[in-house]
Design a protein around this ligand. Structure first.
Ligand code: BES
Ligand code: MN
Length: 461
């Protein structure tokens, strides 16, 4: 494997936008590139065809008694839109001020290259590294992993032979502070379309006689939170668990306070609900967010019209034991009940994902000699040595739906080392990945792999 920065640049150049069929060539390119990297590391790579984007399943097999780690990542990226707001084109990787810019630089191509570069260094020093390794690199994460259920049905049992997952697809505060992610929020997606008249109407000729779909929609949207910011859907909070004492203690050490968080986001005030502070709410609380809204005239100037329809796209983030299917049903029936006369609702179901939580043994005061336990320990040691500071153990606001599915299908828990930082602009224009951070992360994972394999630190590459 060549220089990690050059490898990352090459990987970014493949425009692997999974959600848009126009990017089929970029998807193929990224997949082939990842395949080539894995083969250069000595992996046997299988390209598993799915109903949509193929999944890379790669293995490095040795003695069955060795620890068996599954590395999960995704080769797809979010759309680059709005392209006009990028300083340099999204799929032309560019280095400026010590950062590499491009869609996917952080989510998830940078961290994928970190793992591979670290493995390359370890394998160079120890070609017979006593680790069984399996890679699962999928191409639909950014669209909710629709093919992964299909994949687990066929490969779930085979993956169950592994010991645990190792994942870097979550965030850290940056600087010298890494977070080991102990939970991911679940997800419920729903698009709501409000249908009114057969076609758009003259708002002067007919206004006063019909329910305007935008009025109906905005009233419905406004009804979904109360004045305290709580989600106003009966049963929504069922299953939300408490914040553990150790979690509060970890959050208290988090380097970002409310003022700097406000500053980072460019907002004048933060909000909160259900007795949680904003910094608690973003990790430990559930939400209902509007991701998009539309209807009526969007062009320049004015147009006096009552539109025939209006829509909104909603996603909820879930925690604890909240059940995505039940919340989807509750949301739909609540909207139906509150729908004004004269319009009709249509629902398009989005993805569903269960929340995921894992308890690092030492956070519970336990000594755990399983491979999961020693992988947590290896992460702690590697991070502490290379960043000069132990990691914080925190749940995360974002979602990686397949992590809970790995647990359900194969019984695997995940050790998640957060490699995104707040400056990375995930899913936004000018996404980037810090190059010093990248090198430190590679050194960290060299130590992590050595530790899991039980090699002495002195052999460090
Ligand atoms: N890597 C992210 C999730 C993430 C981001 C976790 C930041 C922690 C911190 C992942 O690729 C992602 O964006 N997931 C989507 C899931 C959705 C498309 C089903 C998300 O969370 O919105
Ligand atoms: Mn990601």
């Amino acid at each position: 494997m060549k220089d990690p920065i050059a490898s990352l640049a090459e990987y970014i150049r493949f425009a692997s936008v999974s959600t848009d069929p126009a990017y089929a060539e970029g998807m193929r390119g990224a997949r082939d590139y990842a395949t080539q990297l894995l083969q250069s590391l000595g992996f046997a790579v299988e390209t598993v065809a799915t109903p949509l984007h193929p999944i890379l399943l790669a293995e490095r097999k040795g003695d069955p008694s060795w620890p068996h780690i599954v590395l999960y990542g995704h080769y797809d990226v979010q759309p680059s839109d709005p392209d006009a707001l990028w300083t340099s084109p999204a799929f032309e990787p560019t280095v400026r001020d010590g950062r590499i810019y491009g869609r996917g630089a952080a989510d998830n191509k940078g961290p994928t290259i970190v793992h591979m570069a670290a493995l390359a260094r370890v394998l160079e020093a120890h070609p017979d590294l006593p680790l069984n390794l399996t890679y699962v690199i999928e191409g639909e994460e950014e669209m909710g992993s629709p093919s992964m259920g299909w994949f687990f049905e066929r490969y779930g049992e085979r993956l169950a032979q592994a010991d645990c997952l190792l994942v870097s697809d979550t965030g850290s505060p940056g600087g010298d502070q890494i977070v080991v992610t102990t939970g991911l929020r679940g997800l419920v997606g729903l698009e709501v379309i409000v249908h009114g008249s057969r076609s758009d109407l003259h708002s002067g000729v007919h206004g006063g006689a019909v329910m305007n779909p935008i009025r109906a929609l905005t009233a419905l949207c406004a009804s979904l939170h109360d004045t305290c910011g709580q989600v106003n859907v009966p049963g929504f909070y069922d299953g939300v668990g408490p914040i553990a004492d150790w979690e509060r203690a970890q959050l208290a050490q988090y380097p970002t306070d409310e003022a700097s968080y406000r500053e980072l986001l460019g907002v004048s005030e933060l909000v909160s609900a259900k007795g949680l502070t904003p910094l608690e709410g973003v990790r430990f609380g559930p939400t209902l967010e509007f991701n998009g809204i539309g209807g009526g005239y969007q062009g320049t100037g004015s147009k006096t019209v009552i539109p025939a329809r209006a829509f909104t796209k909603i996603t909820c983030r879930l925690v604890g034991q909240q059940d995505p299917q039940r919340i989807l049903e509750a949301l739909k029936s609540t909207l139906q009940e509150r729908c004004p006369e004269g319009v009709r609702l249509e629902f398009l179901d989005g993805g569903l994902a269960h929340p995921y939580e894992v308890m690092p043994p030492h956070c519970a005061g336990l000594e755990d000699n399983s491979v999961l336990g020693s992988t947590f320990k290896a992460a702690h040691i590697g991070i502490t040595e290379c960043f000069g500071k132990p990691p914080l153990y925190l749940r995360e606001g974002g979602s990686i739906p397949v992590i809970a599915d790995f647990k359900k299908a194969s019984g695997l828990d995940a050790v998640m080392v957060g490699l995104f930082t707040p400056k990375d602009n995930l899913h936004a224009p000018d996404e980037s990945f810090d190059l010093d951070w990248m090198e430190k992360s590679i050194k960290t994972f060299v130590r992590v792999f050595q530790e899991i394999a039980g090699l002495p630190a002195a052999a460090s590459g």
